[in-house]
Design a protein. Sequence first.
Lengths: 334, 570
Amino acid sequence: MLRFAVRRIGLMVPTLIGLSLLLFFWVRILPGDPARSLLGQRATPEGIERLNELYGFDQPIWKQYVTYVSALARGDFGQSIDLHEPVLDAFIDKLPTTIEVTFVALLLAVAVGIPLGYYAGRHQGGWLDTAIVSTSLLGVVTPVFFLAILLKYVFADQLGLLPTQGRQDARIDVDHPTNFYVLDGLITGEYAAAWDALQHLILPGLALGTIPLAIVVRITRASVSDVVHEDYVRTAEAKGLYAGTINRRHILRNALLPVVTTIGLQLGLLLSGAVLTETVFALDGIGNYLYDAITVRDYPVLQGFILFIALMYSIINLLVDLSYGLIDPRVRVS
Amino acid sequence: MNIRQLRRGVALSTIGLLGTLALAACGSDAPSGDSGEAASAAEQQCQELLDASADAPDSGGDTFVFAASSDPAMLNPFFASDGETFRVARQIFEGLVGTQPCTADPAPLLATDWTGTEDGKSYTFTLRDDVTFHDGTEFNAEAVCSNFEYWVNQPKGPAQSEDVTYYWISLFKGFRDSETPSIYDSCEATSPTEVTINLTEPFAGFVPAMSLPAFAMQSPTAIEKYGQVADEEDPTTTQYALKYPTGTGPYKFVEWNRGENVRLTAFEDYWGDQPRTQNIVITTIEDTGAKRDALMNGDIDAFDLVAPGDIRTLEEAGVQIINRPAFNILYLGINQAQEPLDDLKVRQAIAHAINKEDVVNQTLPPGSEVAKEFVPPIVNGYSEDVQEYPYDPEKAKQLLAEAGAENLTLEFNYPVDISRPYMPSPVETFNVIRTQLEDVGIKVKPVGDQWTPDYLELIQGTENHGIHLLGWTGDYNDTDNFLGVFFGRESSEWGFDNPELFKALTEARQLPTVEEQQPKYEAINEQVMEFLPGVPIAHPVPSLAFAENIEGFYPSPVQDEPFTYVVVNE
């Protein structure tokens, strides 16, 4: 297991180096230059020239790459040329927002998706199974941004049940030691603030979580319906084991393997879906920040953020692979 | 000065302006700068709000939440040129000079009055003697000189680039150790309440320029302690610029949660009227629709830049819509580098083909005014006598025939996904003008682009465009701040070379006093409209939305809008 993990981590290094190289050139191929974006309507030819000189954009591209890589080697991811803050600090600052929303979305997908999928798989062909399957199909095909706008319109604008945007009511002034607002409210004893922050997460979490929820339902259902026909389930039943034990140990556990893989893959998609959800609900997370960086061609932020997201995605995938061992002892042995 | 005095000040605004200009001109008689036009609907509304503000209750709820479109860039206004940084700065900082309510004209603030020498190279300010900075540092002539010396001694590197010190570079040219020398020469503190600023060349716009938040007074103690940077270091990331902005304004800084909000609280030792609302939260909501929803839901109390399409919905929900008097221009630019747009007759035909009234009525907020030249009426140098091009499709067709351009096809560039104060819904504006041009037989090839960087890059950085929509919001009352920006030199946007116009603008800029500049600028405005580099369309009024229970706010054409008198009725 350890050797496997070390080898996988080793493989991540060339992947990330390759990605950084691609990213470096990719962001520079985008039309439009950062100096003009920064100066906007106030741009003069001299101003643009001076800025390009200042940020080194007037240098040959290979020289810029050498500078970039040598800074990376020192752990320096550069500084946003728009907002003047170090890219790593900005990422760490924005990450809690995205993690909070992603967590709620994932929680929804797992906590609701697995039981529903399991039930549908066990009762194939029933009316509830048909309802679950067709609803989940609707969930898969509904675009995130559309759902986000719809949810916001109905539950926030029209019914006024939940907040329309942001992470916290602007009138609530509390400390944020961890920058995870719900957690902050709980550890500082500001329960009203925690409840308010949680309310702010419901709609974005729902919007972001619907597609993974639908996918988890479908995969769980398919997987469960495969497993129930396996010989060992029949054997267990013939042995007269309790139904609960069969369901839990023989069916669910074996059915979970493809589900876990799916959840891992979905996590990566959730990070990209966050760009849309964060924009609709005006959440100040990495998605929103990245979107702004694209519009002003903030090269260091684009390079840094996409690299960090790729790194996170790789780590999540590694964890998913490692979790196979926990779920399926056969993997551990091999 | 309290609000009742302010109201009186505005009632006497013409007299005030006369006085100001006369002072700047060393006592000589000066023109009023007032175009004589009846006040626009927005100006009238502003006056009414100013009156109502004086009568509003003295206190109410303890927190006012205003939604801004973006975060401030940082908190030291000297390094900023964007409206959202300035919105926060207007609460924390004050300049030597403010503006008369509802106008762009300079008014006393930290300086009670001022005089300029005849050569326009030296200005003496008399200062208030009852002002302290938020950190307890005394505000006096020495503090003023410290500020000027701080500005001119910016270190080499980012601090001397246009994206950081735009206003200093565009108005005072350079720094102590830069290749281009600064036109700021020296500062003399002749007494604690009297300070003289010496320039190396005449600068008639000096006094109004001092009303820009970029030149607001900052605590020398706090700058010394938290704001020092060396060569090549970034001055926008100092502790001062992120955590310790220290001015003399009605509100002092509490905290900035990046990407979310800035919190301010009333400054207990403020020299003027105590703010009516104890706490201000300026929260960031980028999307216009999200701001509208947040206001309707009670999450916020007010926001800026209401989309014209939302005004009716908001009004029906009881929201107050307040129009800021227009200090801007929306125009149709014409690129003369593309034939046959270099032919005056073709440009005149385009001008006659456009029904500006329809454009205003169909695509701009109510209260917006049709423009006949490139500066708004309240700017010194606005001329009543410019050549006008009334809507006349038949004449347009005739002019096109005379120019031999009956089968004219034009590339029409417009920005998408953007709302600017002078251009709230560009796509709709484009569609109306496009139909009008097609009605006179001009074929239109639409080219829509993302605002930044694509659209601006295309228009300002290349020659590959035909006619386009763009505009400008003025920073302070000066014709050069409009015409100089557009037509001061050859540019890709307009594609013409007109040495006569360039020279006239340079000469007018160098005149020592406003009253000497005024007739020159009037003549230049007339010259421009004969040359017709583009078609001025409108002066759109930017709209703000306030919840029903908010009182006391009055808008400013140059966004000089501290929330001192805002009250949240409970």
